[in-house]
Structures are given as structure tokens and as C-alpha cells.
Ligand binder design. Structure first.
Ligand SMILES: [Zn+2]
Length: 104
């Protein structure tokens, strides 16, 4: 019983692309407990996903704060576009047609 395979331990690791897919639901608190746990387990080991989630959570917080005040649509669109560009967070461009895969 030395190095046991993670895939056989019952704790399946989510992949980075799965994390991206679940990001919206996680940020919205819509994951069930099991999935949420797996999600957080991935974050504990994956710096890039953890950073992505952190950015998105901050965006959502800001968005919720701003949601209390009426913002002209154009302004909020520009804001979201900029956030998306700066963070690469797909959540920020939800519903917009500005998603560009522009990785360095
Ligand atoms: Zn990852």
C-alpha cells in the first residue's frame, strides 16, 4: 500500500476544463456538495484554476454590488468586457458576444 492511484481512491480529480465548465455554477453556489468538494479539491492543487475562480468570485461580488444601482447598459457592457479581458473569466462575459480565446 504505497502509491495508490488517485482514480481508484474514489476521489476523482476534476480536470481543468471541467473546472471551467463548472465555474459559473460554483460561483453561483449551485453545485451539489459532492461536486463542490471535488471542485475545491482541484483548486487546492491547481494554482491557475484557483486564480481563475478567485477572480470570478471578485467579479461576481462587484457585479452584485453594482446591481443595486442602475448602470447604463453600455457602461456595464464595457466594464464586463474589460473584466473579461483582464481576468479571462468566462463568467464576466456571460451573455455577451465578446468571448475571444486570446491566450498568450
Ligand atoms: Zn486546474
Amino acid at each position: 500500500m504505497e502509491d495508490r492511484d488517485e482514480s481508484q481512491s474514489g476521489d476523482r480529480m476534476l480536470t481543468c476544463s471541467q473546472i471551467e465548465l463548472l465555474l459559473d455554477d460554483y460561483v453561483d453556489n449551485e453545485l451539489d456538495d459532492v461536486l463542490r468538494l471535488q471542485f475545491e479539491r482541484h483548486l487546492a492543487r491547481c494554482e491557475s484554476c484557483a486564480g481563475l475562480v478567485y477572480d470570478c468570485q471578485r467579479i461576481v461580488e462587484v457585479a452584485r454590488t453594482l446591481a443595486d444601482e442602475p448602470i447604463p447598459t453600455a457602461v456595464s457592457r464595457r466594464l464586463r468586457q474589460r473584466l473579461a479581458e483582464e481576468t479571462g473569466c468566462p463568467f464576466a462575459v456571460n451573455g455577451l458576444h465578446v468571448i475571444e480565446k486570446d491566450t498568450e
